[in-house]
Design a protein around this ligand. Structure first.
Ligand code: KG4
Ligand code: ZN
Length: 352
């Protein structure tokens, strides 16, 4: 029997197995991360080798540099993940891998490592979408959380409001028509001369500033669940450049605070309106921008006012990590989804 034929049988048997231990791999951007997750919610280990320091000197992620550093890190991250979980390869039931969305070269390192591992250990390979993984990060942090819920997905690559009808059933209510929220944070930070990644820096600096610039955020999209952040980004860039030309000084802290206020208000208002429109009483935030303190504060205030339960992942599971991929893979296996053959390849873009 071929590897894949054998795995089809094994995969079916996993559906009914009492405990499922998944080893999950994430390499879509600048973190090499491998985790061991039991039953979708219990993280036995989550090792992250971050490349932030390496990319900082370039002011952003350099794709080729990211791929090379994933190659350098991945074997040791794997060994460390098993070690910290206090398990051996024999205890693993399946290998899960982020196949997209992300940087092609970076993804390929993880995908090929996962394929080699699955083949040599004779284990099923589960192909997981990165954005679905971000949503599943919430299952780790909140034992009681289950669909249906509304998800505000805000990362460096994606911004959307999703209706999560079931663990594997997603429908999109709205998305960004231009930049992702994280992308806007990073670009605004860059024009202010803040280091990469800009989102956390803006978050920090905003606490010292005041709301003085009432930037306009996508008026034409007011009655939709779509977003546009390129206009506000351009406004900030123009403000900074004009000030430089005129030799006037503007406060970065005020700029950060004003930008953040406008963007987080837009995100929080629409996410809560999505709950009210659908009648769904649970709201979840997912992705790197979900780490933003002001966004969480706004979402939690608005949810309280509207009798909606608000959930966010603990900080380390907001940004990219292997554990969220293992959490998602568990629910895919239980629903008989995601089994991949050794022909699996990486995809830079993946549909929600
Ligand atoms: O989910 P993530 O780690 O990677 C992608 O899938 O894109 O998100 C990274 C993004 C970056 O744009 C980063 O600046 C942003 O999340 N981010 C934040 C914060 N922490 C990370 N943005 C605003 N405030 C934060 N505290
Ligand atoms: Zn991500």
């Amino acid at each position: 029997m071929s590897y894949f034929e054998e795995m089809k049988e094994k995969f079916k048997s996993l559906k009914g197995k009492k405990d499922l231990v998944v080893l999950s791999i994430e390499s879509s951007c600048d973190e090499t991360s491998i985790a061991v997750v039991k039953n979708g919610r219990e993280v036995l280990s989550n090792v992250v080798a971050s490349q932030i320091e390496i990319h900082r000197r370039f002011g952003g992620v350099v794709p080729e540099v990211a791929s090379r550093n994933h190659i350098l890190a991945i074997s040791n991250v794997y060994k460390e993940a098993l070690l910290q979980a206090n398990l051996t390869e024999k205890d693993i039931d399946a290998i899960a891998i982020t196949y997209g969305a992300g940087l092609m070269g970076a993804l390929l390192v993880g995908v090929n490592f996962a394929k080699g591992l699955a083949y040599s250990l004779n284990l099923p390979l589960i192909a997981v979408s990165h954005v679905h993984g971000h949503i599943a990060a919430n299952y780790i942090s909140h034992a009681q959380l289950k669909p249906p819920f509304i998800c505000l997905m805000v990362s460096g690559g994606h911004t959307a409001i999703l209706k999560v009808e079931d663990y594997n059933k997603f429908s999109m209510l709205g998305t960004t028509v231009d930049d992702a929220a994280g992308e806007a944070f990073d670009k605004v930070a860059r024009v202010m001369g803040l280091p990469y990644p800009g989102g956390p820096e803006v978050d920090k600096l905003a606490k010292e500033g005041n709301f003085v610039y009432n930037f306009t955020v996508s008026n034409s999209l007011k009655n939709t669940f779509n977003f546009s952040f390129s206009g506000i980004k351009t406004e900030v860039v123009n403000l900074v450049h004009n000030a430089k030309q005129k030799g006037t000084i503007i406060s970065n802290a005020n700029l950060a605070c004003s930008f953040q206020e406008c963007v987080t208000k837009e995100l929080a208002d629409k996410a809560v309106r999505a709950c009210k429109t659908t009648g769904i009483k649970d709201l979840v935030v997912a992705g790197g921008v979900g780490a933003n303190a002001r966004l969480k504060e706004k979402l939690s205030e608005l949810c309280k006012q509207n009798n909606i339960n608000f959930y966010s992942p603990i900080l380390k599971y907001c940004t990219d990590n292997g554990a969220m991929i293992g959490a998602m893979a568990y629910y895919m296996i239980r629903d008989g989804l995601g089994l991949a053959s050794l022909d699996l390849t990486a995809k830079p873009n993946v549909e929600f």
